[in-house]
Write a protein that binds this ligand. Sequence first.
Ligand code: AMP
Ligand code: ZN
Length: 481
Amino acid sequence: MTQTPLKLFNSLTRTLETFTPVHEGEARVYTCGPTVYNYPHIGNMRAYVFADVLGRTLSWKGYSLTHIINITDVGHLTDDGDAGEDKMEKMAAARAQSIWDIARHYTQAYWADVEALNIRQPAKWSIATDYIDDMIAWAEKIAPEHCYELDSGLYFDVSTVKDYGRLARAVTEDGEGRIETVEGKRNAADFAIWRKTPAGESRQMEWDSPWGRGAPGWHLECSVMGEKLLGFPFDIHTGGIDHREIHHPNEIAQNQAFCGCGGLDVAANSGARIWMHNNFLVERSGKMSKSAGEFLRLQLLIDKGYHPLAYRMMCLQAHYRSELEFSWDGLGAALTRLKRIVMVVERLRDASPADPAHPKFAPMRDKFDAAMSDDLNTAAALVALEEALAVKKVDDGVKRSVIEDMDRVLGLGLFDLTRAALRIRPKDAAITEAEIEADLLRRKEARVAKDFAASDAIRESLAARGVEVMDGDPLGWEWKL
Ligand code: AMP
Ligand code: ZN
């Protein structure tokens, strides 16, 4: 199978570009990670499923991947610009806990979601507070030509670099869309790269710097960690679409300053060759983080009886650049689809792997490669996988290897899943699986004995406890809570 060249949509040029690595045979990717002041919602996790699919595709295409995801444990304000309080400080104060404890707790929670969604471990989780010295050194380097000091901190003057805001397609002359929140800023879009602790106050997280005690700006963190760990220019920088508007344009401006680079007609001057952004998961009734009073985090889905990989499936069914609307029905449909696939895969599990290069699978494998190479079209790739599963009269070992190969990219972990594992008991269910199975066994015996009254009574009693008995269900669920 000859591989199709990988095309990716570059937000900087707003075009599809063929991926050509900066370093032969390698792919270096930086993904903006979470601010660990709260649990991630499932919208946040869409950003990491996307980055994971990108990384898996690059590995599958044969590139040696170095993927960095950062953990922001300082510096991200409640507004992406310069307004508001530090998200971490605010949560720590509300909880009367130390920031370090808050960071540790929510980093662990994020990592648990990463694992549950089969997101591969990056080469490194870079923790922002581990790089404070590097950030100060960086700021010292760019300050003379690009920054100015105000009482509140050290500010980056966006008029000192060419093409500021190109990524956002923003009109910068009047700082459109930005609210001037800091007295004395030269341009509305200027941003703090170091925030001084106000006189007479102290922060839980603060460090000495040439500009006084304080903390780094959020945008500086990602520039510094990207440069330190991957070198400029690296291949791909990812994040959610909101980052295209402020965070990434600011990172790019700092990167240009650091490198002494020219304008953005040369994409690599931005620090990365390709900037990629996933669109949002949206919730019709309002904010992602609060839906009908419920916080939409992965654990809520699990508590309601949905396997976390059903959510991964839901993400894969949409293109990453399309908005995806969350609904429980949609999630249920994704779970059913996953289960249909797993039913067939369960039968392949014991077959010995064989060479997947069999002519019968060539059309599906080509289709799969073409789909993934077309800016990660996972929706079409899933169809190719299902078509491969449906191929008749072929050696199970070959089929197994074909599916395994495709799943390396999609990351559903199909060969580790079982139908039983996919059926999760909702947290508030009043009945255990053992009780259900025992009742169903009694019902089967009653039916064999043609005692239909008893069989119906058992069915009714299960229904009263929220168990739907599904006779003849083609998916073989048999029952559902
Ligand atoms: P944050 O912790 O706020 O920096 O967000 C973590 C990641 O989630 C960032 O890449 C955001 O762009 C992304 N993100 C935030 N909300 C959503 C959403 N509703 N859907 C998809 N991605 C999102
Ligand atoms: Zn970032």
